[in-house]
Design a protein around this ligand. Structure first.
Ligand code: MLC
Ligand code: AMP
Length: 504
């Protein structure tokens, strides 16, 4: 094969007049039309001088053209770097600089803010708006609808996905064609996807879940997707009767359960509901089965590894567990300090190895070496155990991470901003239970002696630097932070004190 990713996911559909994307407007985009658009974008990228291996950083709304940009990158051998639409210019500058992106694609609304950044970093800039308008498609639509697929090897990079870190500095996870393809193949088989499947797609496509899990699996099986711009409860209820499968974060399921219109009748024809990216409460699993008769299939993944484990399609989907390692994936539980493997049943760090595991962090060999062992095992930072039947349970995290509505938030990044504010001596950012998002961000501040920090002013400063989903939902001022005898801040004490704040 000359370009495994393109050939396997996209090329196999050449000329097919069957539906690929079904839009809310009623418009249907066939595979043929989708591939033609992708080829036009690939032609536009080459016309701009982009060469295989170059990175395209894209902060664009979810649309058929955005997905076609991903396909175009695969076809032209470019590295796709999708970015959360909530990121601020400050956050984007870092990703563009760190990746050395050759082209930045953004919404017209962000253009003015990004022009100076792109100019300074020597990147070109094109626009792509939610309705498909903008300079990228203006240029692309005049170009041929075929493109000579660039040869790539399975080990070549397909995508760069940034994930935050405990130091507050984001790292670009390098995902190869083989990483994506091996995982797609395993999931299609495990979850029994076929060309008859219609996936209700309401996730963002700048993360692993919506981009790779949902889209690659559908592409590989030759099915179609009802492509919603975002999670919209009314639209989900309206579209469910036409779908066979839904993939979501736990917030999708708790929101649906709180809606009286979400009935058993609405889901009888559904084949599969998948949950992941954050822990699904066993209670949600049970309530969902009571309401619909369906048992949600929970799986566990990461940006660096794609999907690692899954509950079985045919066997028992056990609430509160993430199931078994996928075919080809090895999981072991180790003692964090020594790395030695622990006996079955004991709690330790989850490590994972397999063709799904990324190649390392972009231009950060020390960080790669700290998390990816020489023998190929990746240290996930999640704490878990494997029960007597082989089910993996995630019981906590060995990393200071908050997961809010499926988005990862690293407290350090917020603490660095808070510590910088006038009148603030120090801060601790913690995650507390939240009824809708699972967890949410709480900022705890200690004032400089004799000062009273201006909390509104601090929130305003935070919003310039950080995406909305990272903003503390509340700031609390304490006389001092609880510390252990070593002087380390006891975040568990703070979490215990404030656990009831948003969970009602
Ligand atoms: C939106 N907001 C959030 C938020 N999403 N705040 C915290 N956490 C979130 N996840 C903000 C909005 O900007 C808004 O701000 C306010 O909260 C309320 O917004 P909303 O209208 O209620 O939110 P909504 O747009 O409905 O989005 C919620 C959501 C969305 C859960 C549907 O966040 C979502 O689609 N999450 C999925 C994330 C995902 O795909 N994760 C996969 C990562 S891959 P304001 O200003 O109005 O107050 C991965 C690997 C793996 O983890 O295993 O899959
Ligand atoms: P990300 O870095 O955004 O890819 O998020 C990966 C993290 O999400 C993992 O390390 C886990 O902590 C968490 N995660 C993903 N799926 C699950 C799940 N099913 N249950 C609990 N945590 C999960």
């Amino acid at each position: 094969m000359n370009n495994p990713l393109y050939d396997t996911l996209f090329g196999i559909h050449a000329g097919k007049a069957t539906p690929f994307l079904r839009l809310v407007s009623g418009q249907v985009i066939t595979y043929h039309h989708f591939l033609a658009t992708a080829a036009q974008i690939a032609n536009a990228a080459s016309a701009l001088g982009l060469k295989p291996g170059d990175r395209i950083a894209a902060q664009v709304e979810k649309s058929p053209e955005t997905l076609a940009l991903y396909a175009a990158c695969a076809q032209a051998g470019l590295v796709f770097l999708p970015l959360n639409t909530a990121y601020t210019v400050d956050e984007l500058s870092y990703f563009i600089e760190n990746s050395g992106a050759a082209l930045v694609v953004c919404d017209e609304r962000s253009r003015a803010g990004l022009v100076p950044v792109a100019e300074q970093l020597g990147a070109q800039l094109a626009t792509l708006n939610a309705d498909g308008s903008g300079s990228l498609m203006e240029q692309a639509s005049a170009l041929p609808t075929t493109f000579a697929t660039v040869a790539r090897a399975g080990d070549d990079l397909a995508a760069l996905l940034y994930t935050s870190g405990t130091t507050g500095r984001s790292k670009g996870a390098m995902l190869t064609q083989d990483n994506l393809l091996s995982n797609t193949k395993a999931l299609v088989a495990e979850w029994r996807f076929t060309a008859d499947d219609v996936l209700l797609h309401a996730l963002p496509i700048f993360h692993t879940h919506g981009l790779f899990v949902a889209s690659n699996v559908t592409l590989s099986a030759g099915g179609s997707m009802i492509f919603l711009p975002k999670f919209d409860q009314d639209e989900i209820i309206r579209q469910l009767p036409a779908a066979t499968t839904l993939m979501g974060v736990p917030t999708f399921y708790t929101r649906l359960l709180s809606d009286a219109r979400f009935t058993k009748a609405l889901t009888t024809h559904m084949r599969l509901f998948v949950s992941g990216s954050a822990p699904l409460l066993a209670e949600t699993h049970v309530q969902f089965e009571e309401r619909t008769g369906h048992r949600i299939l929970e799986r566990y993944g990461m940006t660096e590894t794609n999907m690692n484990t899954s509950n079985p399609y045919a066997g028992e989907r056990r609430a509160g567990t993430v199931g078994f390692p996928l075919p080809g994936v090895e999981i072991k539980i180790t003692r964090a300090e020594s790395g030695e493997t622990l006996p079955p049943g004991e709690i330790g760090e989850i490590e994972v190895r397999g063709p799904n595991v990324f190649k390392g962090y972009w231009e950060m060999p020390e960080k790669t070496a700290a998390e990816l062992r020489a023998d190929g095992f990746f240290i996930t930072g999640d704490l878990g155990r494997i029960d007597e039947d082989g089910y993996v349970h995630i019981v906590g995290r060995n990393k200071d991470l908050i997961i809010s509505g499926g988005y990862n938030i690293y407290p350090k990044e917020i603490e660095l901003v808070l510590d910088d504010q006038p009148g603030v001596l120090e801060s601790a950012v913690i995650g507390v239970p939240h009824a809708d998002f699972g967890e949410t961000v709480l900022g705890v501040l200690v004032a400089e002696p004799g000062q009273t920090p201006d909390l509104d002013g601090i929130m305003a400063a935070v919003s310039v630097s950080l995406a909305r989903f990272k903003h503390p939902r509340k700031l609390i001022v304490l006389a001092e932070l609880p510390r252990n005898t070593m002087g380390k801040v006891q975040k568990n004490v703070l979490r215990d004190s404030y656990r009831g704040l948003f969970s009602a």
